[in-house]
Design a protein around this ligand. Structure first.
Ligand SMILES: NC(=O)C1=CN([C@@H]2O[C@H](COP(=O)(O)OP(=O)(O)OC[C@H]3O[C@@H](n4cnc5c(N)ncnc54)[C@H](O)[C@@H]3O)[C@@H](O)[C@H]2O)C=CC1
Ligand SMILES: C[N+](C)(C)CC(=O)CC(=O)[O-]
Length: 326
């Protein structure tokens, strides 16, 4: 029997498993890590209540997950395989080559890599034309965005097939038309992250203060309007033109630093202690549940206005006949 396959079942692999199960697929997972099956099943349990609120597709069940004894067993009769091993280039190149040797010739093969280019990852694969980078966002079972990037040896049909497949599992596939390190979204996220590290390193602000600087302001806007349209409004009646006239010169100062700071022990301690203080007594699982509850409510609010991720949720519920108060 054919199924979807998830290779590497850490944070992101488990997220793919939960999404695929909720969308009514049979899923086989494989991960060489100690205790990997228990951790995976616990992650799926944590995700499931939010997926029930979003609306499970008919036939969706956690029982449709099987943990394979080997990579070959997991891949041999799959129609879709998603690789989620640690972000190490040589490891991914070897792993994808091995996956490609055992996968059916017509299987779609994706990698969750946050930053590597598909042409590099597919270099040792057999039938590399069926490979794309399919970069998701955490938590994969709720956030719809997946960046789809084809490499030099990826066929145009595979890109089209991947776009259709991800749409079918309730995602918003964004075709990244040019291969660059970090794709699109992580280029933006890394710029913010780098500045956070500088501000903590320089003792300017704590991790908690910098998170407030996002959550109570720009973070609220980003759920439905990206930076460009937001700044168009910041220019008043003449929009972006006035915005650039007024704030363009400040870009020359510049406020931000291009190079990341050295991750020395002091900076690592400040980041770890700062986020531990923010988390207080809450465990990672409790924070995941809080995050998921907030995301579901935000997406529901956005679906009322048919904008941002709310459009994807509205389309999912319409397609599967799921009422909006599911
Ligand atoms: N954590 C995040 O926020 C995001 C991560 N990604 C990408 O997803 C991929 C996985 O990242 P995470 O899930 O965060 O890492 P993780 O460390 O949570 O999980 C990695 C898993 O891979 C397993 N593994 C180790 N060697 C393996 C091998 N040879 N074959 C198969 N599995 C193996 C480990 O046992 C572990 O369970 C990376 O490429 C990362 O860049 C993409 C989007 C977001
Ligand atoms: C930190 N990260 C580079 C692994 C983040 C991502 O790739 C996407 C995300 O979920 O933010």
């Amino acid at each position: 029997m054919s199924h979807a396959t998830v290779i590497g079942a850490g944070v992101i692999g488990a997220g793919w498993v939960a999404r695929l199960l909720a969308q009514g697929h049979d899923v086989i997972a494989w991960d060489p890590g100690a205790d990997a099956e228990r951790k995976l099943r616990e992650s799926v349990d944590t995700a499931w209540p939010s997926l029930e609120k979003i609306g499970l597709v008919e036939g969706a069940s956690k029982e449709r997950l099987r943990f394979a004894g080997s990579l070959a067993e997991a891949c041999e009769s799959a129609y879709f395989i998603q690789e989620n091993a640690p972000e190490r280039e040589a490891m991914k190149v070897d792993l994808l080559a091995e996956i490609s040797r055992t996968a059916p010739q017509d299987a779609l093969i994706g990698s969750s890599t946050s930053g590597f280019k598909p042409s590099v990852l597919q270099q040792n694969m057999t039938a590399p034309e069926r490979f794309v980078v399919s970069h998701p966002f955490n938590p994969v079972y709720l956030l719809p965005l997946v960046e789809v990037v084809g490499g030099e040896r990826t066929s145009p049909e595979t890109v089209e097939r991947a776009m259709a497949f991800f749409k079918d599992i309730g995602m918003h596939p964004l075709h990244v038309r040019n291969e660059i390190d970090g794709h699109l979204s992580d280029r933006l996220l890394e710029a913010v992250w780098r500045e956070i590290l500088h501000l903590v390193n320089d003792g300017v602000a704590t991790t908690g203060e910098l998170d407030q600087a996002i959550t109570h302001g720009p973070g609220l806007r980003w759920a439905f309007m990206g930076t460009n349209l937001t700044y168009h409004l910041a220019g008043g009646e003449t929009g972006m033109r006035h915005m650039l006239e007024q704030f363009g010169p400040a870009l020359k100062l510049p406020w931000t630093k291009l190079e990341a700071p050295e991750l020395n022990d002091q900076l690592i301690d400040r980041m770890v202690e700062g986020t531990q203080e923010q988390a207080g007594d809450s465990s990672i699982r409790e924070l995941e549940t809080l995050r998921d509850n907030c995301l579901v409510r935000i997406m529901e609010a956005l679906s009322e206005f048919e904008t941002g991720a709310g459009q994807v949720l509205a389309a999912h519920r319409k397609k599967h006949g799921i009422p909006s108060d599911a």
